[in-house]
Design a protein around this ligand. Structure first.
Ligand SMILES: [Zn+2]
Length: 490
C-alpha cells in the first residue's frame, strides 16, 4: 500500500515540470483550460491551462477576468477551510510574449511579507531552477472588488510556447524530494548514519527518523548527550526543509566540527513530521485538518499518528537515565518576520533563562542571517500545545526547547540597507550554521574538551568565518516591534 502510493507520486518535484494529473486531489484544478466565456471554437495557444494535481500542488479555482487577467483561488487545507496561504500550480499552452496579471484573491491572512517585497517563485521546463519574481511586478493591496480582501497580484510575461511554467508561494520541498534525498544518504553507507521508519502517517507515508552519531555511542552503557530536531509539522513551511537538510548535510560531512560533534553527541532528526500535509499541498494542517503543533499534550495514535510516534520516542528517551536530552528544536518558517530567530520558554529561575539564551546568542555569531533580538521567550496560552512548550514542561531543567523560525522572504545583515531574499542555498546554509553552533555551545559549557583543530581553510569555511563577524545591528533594527504589532503565531 505504501509502496504503491509512493511510486505513483514520484514525479521529480525538484527539477522538471509536474504536469501529471491522473491522481486528482479533491479540490485542485486538473488541467483546466480557461478560454474566454462563450468561446466554443477549437482551443488556441494562449488559452491558459492551469494544473495543480501533483504533489504539494495547490490551486482551487481560476476565474477569467479578461484575456490578460485571471483571479486565482487557493484551495483551503484539507478539512480545514481556515487556512489558505500555500499555492503551487503550473500554467501551459501559453502564447509567446503573452502578458498576464494573476490575482491571488483568497488568502486567509492579511499580514504578509508581500508588503515588504516578497514575491512568488517561478520556474519553467527550460529554466528548471526556481527564482523569485522581480518584486516590482508584485502588488499587495486591499481590493474593493473582493470584499476588501487583501489580494496579491503579479504580472508575468510568458516567453516560450513549449514551456510549462510553475508558480509557488515559496520554493517547494516535497515528500518525494525528501525520500530521494534520504535514499541518497543511505546509499553512502555512512557508519555514523542510521535511517529508520518511526511510523506511518494516516495515508501511510513514511515518518523518517535519522540518527547521526559515531556508532560506539550506541552501546547501552555510555551516557548519551542527545539533540532532537524536527521540521515540517506545518506543511507549507518549506524553508524549514532546506534548513533541516543543511543541518543533516553538515552533520554527515567530513568537516572537523562535524566529526567532533558525532563523537560526543547523538543527533536524532525527524525531517518531516507531517508528510501527508506536505504531499497534499496544505499550509498548516494534516490530512484531517489538525494543526499538529497544537496537539502535543494528547496526540491520538489514529488521528495524529506521526506526532504520537515522535512524542512517544521523546518521552521514552527522557525516562532513560543514560540519556541526557539536551536540545529539542522544531524548525518552522515565518510569514511576516525577516531573518532567522528563535522562540524559547520562560522560567521563574533567572539563571535558567540566561542559560537558555546561550545557544541563540552563539548562533547569532555564526549565522549572519540569524537575529538574536527577534528571538523571544513566551508563555502564551495559544501556544500551549506546541512541541516547544509541551516538551519545555516535560524535560528537566538542563534541557532547552526552541522553535527555530526562518523568514519565507529575506534577512537583513549588519550594514545591509535592503533585505536579502533567501534562496534554497542560503536556507541550507542557516542549517549548517545551526549544526556547527552545537560545538561552540558544548565547548563553552565545558561539556566537550576536544582540542582537535576545527578550522579547515576551504573557501566556504573562510566565508562562514568572515560572515560570522558582524554584530547583527542591521538585522535586529529591521525587525524591532514587527512581531508585537502583527499578532503572529507559529
Ligand atoms: Zn509553523
Amino acid at each position: 500500500m505504501e509502496r504503491k502510493m509512493e511510486e505513483s507520486t514520484v514525479r521529480d518535484g525538484d527539477t522538471g515540470s509536474e504536469t501529471g494529473g491522473e491522481d486528482a486531489l479533491v479540490g485542485n484544478v486538473n488541467k483546466l483550460m480557461v478560454s474566454p466565456p462563450g468561446y466554443s471554437g477549437a482551443p488556441r495557444k494562449g488559452h491558459l491551462v492551469f494544473d495543480a494535481c501533483f504533489e504539494s500542488g495547490n490551486l482551487g479555482r481560476v476565474d477569467y477576468i479578461s484575456e490578460f487577467e485571471f483571479d486565482l483561488f487557493i484551495r483551503p487545507d484539507t478539512c480545514n477551510p481556515r487556512f489558505r496561504v500555500w499555492f503551487n500550480f503550473t500554467v501551459e499552452n501559453v502564447r509567446e510574449t503573452q502578458r498576464v496579471i494573476f490575482n491571488v484573491v483568497n488568502f486567509s491572512k492579511t499580514k504578509s511579507l508581500y508588503r515588504d517585497g516578497m514575491s512568488p517563485v517561478v520556474k519553467s521546463t527550460s529554466r528548471p531552477k526556481w527564482q523569485r519574481l522581480p518584486a516590482k511586478n508584485v502588488y499587495y493591496y486591499r481590493c474593493p472588488d473582493h470584499r476588501r480582501n487583501y489580494v496579491m497580484s503579479f504580472a508575468f510575461c510568458f516567453d516560450r510556447e513549449e514551456d510549462v511554467y510553475q508558480f509557488a508561494y515559496c520554493y517547494p520541498y516535497t515528500y518525494s524530494r525528501l525520500q530521494h534525498y534520504l535514499a541518497s544518504l543511505e546509499r553512502r553507507n555512512l557508519p555514523y548514519l542510521q535511517r529508520e521508519q518511526l511510523g506511518l502517517s494516516v495515508q501511510q507515508r513514511r515518518l523518517d527518523l535519522l540518527t547521526i552519531t559515531n556508532s560506539d555511542h550506541l552501546s547501552p552503557e555510555k551516557e548519551k548527550k542527545l539533540v532532537f530536531l524536527t521540521a515540517r509539522v506545518h506543511p507549507g513551511e518549506s524553508p524549514a526543509s532546506f534548513v533541516c537538510q543543511g543541518v543533516i548535510d553538515f552533520l554527515v560531512s567530513l568537516h572537523p566540527v562535524a566529526q567532533i560533534l558525532r563523537d560526543h553527541v547523538i543527533f536524532k532528526i525527524v525531517p518531516m513530521l507531517n508528510p501527508d500535509g506536505v504531499y497534499l499541498g496544505n499550509y498548516r494542517c494534516s490530512l484531517m485538518g489538525f494543526d499538529l503543533n497544537r496537539h502535543w499534550q494528547d496526540p491520538s495514535p489514529w488521528a495524529h499518528p506521526t506526532l504520537h510516534a515522535v512524542k512517544q520516542l521523546i518521552v521514552q528517551m527522557n525516562q532513560d537515565p543514560r540519556v541526557s536530552l539536551e536540545f529539542y528544536i522544531d524548525v518552522h518558517a515565518h510569514s511576516t518576520m525577516l531573518n532567522g530567530f528563535m522562540y524559547g520558554n520562560v522560567f521563574e529561575d533567572e539563571e535558567r533563562v540566561q542559560r537558555q539564551a546561550v545557544f541563540p546568542r552563539l548562533l547569532c555569531q555564526n549565522a549572519p542571517d540569524f537575529s538574536f533580538s527577534n528571538t523571544s521567550f513566551n508563555r502564551d496560552v495559544v501556544k500551549a500545545g506546541t512541541g516547544r512548550r509541551f516538551l519545555g514542561g516535560l524535560l528537566d531543567d538542563t534541557s532547552y526547547c526552541y522553535t527555530l523560525e526562518v523568514s519565507f522572504y529575506s534577512y537583513m545583515t549588519a550594514g545591509s540597507t535592503a533585505p536579502v531574499p533567501y534562496t534554497e542555498e542560503t536556507y541550507m546554509k542557516l542549517g549548517r550554521n545551526v549544526a556547527r553552533t552545537f560545538l561552540d555551545y558544548y565547548k563553552l559549557s565545558n561539556l566537550i574538551n576536544d582540542n582537535r583543530p576545527t578550522h579547515i581553510q576551504s573557501a566556504e569555511v573562510m566565508s562562514q568565518t568572515l560572515d560570522g563577524k558582524d554584530n547583527g545591528v542591521g538585522r535586529d533594527a529591521a525587525n524591532k516591534g514587527r512581531e508585537k504589532s502583527q499578532g503572529v503565531r507559529h
